[in-house]
Design a protein around this ligand. Structure first.
Ligand SMILES: [Zn+2]
Length: 219
């Protein structure tokens, strides 16, 4: 049944379905902290904006990129594009392989690659969208609580990832969940973005600034 959704309206989540080339946002995610019609632009772009970007990017991640526009499993890429893509995504695998979640247990970069591509591309496109929105409406480019729109954008990205697991659950998820633990999702994508370093005046060598030869850019 192609009209059926894969989640209930009450679920705070979202998804991309490659076989229908479809992105779905249940009603429940369209509320704070993801979305608030009364909030300043930074909160909405750093929340639901980044989620929308994330789901769009699943169409161009290691799995979704193998499906054509009609949802068929069909290669529509040139060999050279695929090779260049893999070279970039290997860097993202290495980044997440490097995160130690429990003593001696690291995140699995390969297992979580598709989600990490979604986060990096999604946060980047949402940031660009925020800049366009602020250009169109310069009056909205205001500090709130002493923070700039750029700072609040990244702060809300971190806010939506407030989540915790007990050790047993975390241990299972590190082996089975294609999503990296939320703390690494909060920091992983921004540490590749010059916009983050600029917003918080980070310098080269700071923990949230990946070195130029390790900085990942995919979409
Ligand atoms: Zn995802």
């Amino acid at each position: 049944d192609k009209t059926e959704w894969g989640m209930t309206p009450q679920t705070v989540n979202a998804y991309y379905n490659a076989t229908k080339n479809e992105i779905v946002f249940p009603a429940a995610i369209l509320q704070a902290p993801f979305f608030d019609a009364k909030a300043d632009p930074a909160l909405n772009y750093g929340g639901i904006g980044a989620v929308i970007g994330h789901e769009m990017m699943h169409g161009y991640d290691d799995s979704g990129s193998q499906f054509a526009a009609n949802g068929n499993f069909d290669n529509w890429w040139t060999d050279s594009d695929r090779a260049a893509f893999t070279q970039r995504t290997d860097q993202l695998v290495a980044q997440f392989d490097g995160y130690e979640s429990l003593p001696g247990v690291n995140v699995k970069g390969k297992l979580t690659l598709g989600e990490n591509i979604g986060d990096l591309g999604g946060l980047t496109v949402a940031y660009d969208a925020l800049q366009m929105a602020l250009k169109e409406d310069p009056k909205a480019n205001v500090e709130v609580d002493g923070y700039s729109q750029d700072q609040r954008f990244f702060m809300n990205w971190a806010t939506v990832w407030r989540r915790n697991f007990n050790e047993g659950e975390l241990r299972v998820r590190l082996n089975t969940d294609p999503h990296a633990p939320a703390n690494f999702r909060a920091n992983g994508a921004p540490s590749n973005m010059p916009a983050y370093a600029q917003a918080f005046e980070c310098k080269a060598g700071d923990e949230m600034v990946r070195a130029d030869d390790k900085r990942v850019v995919i979409w």
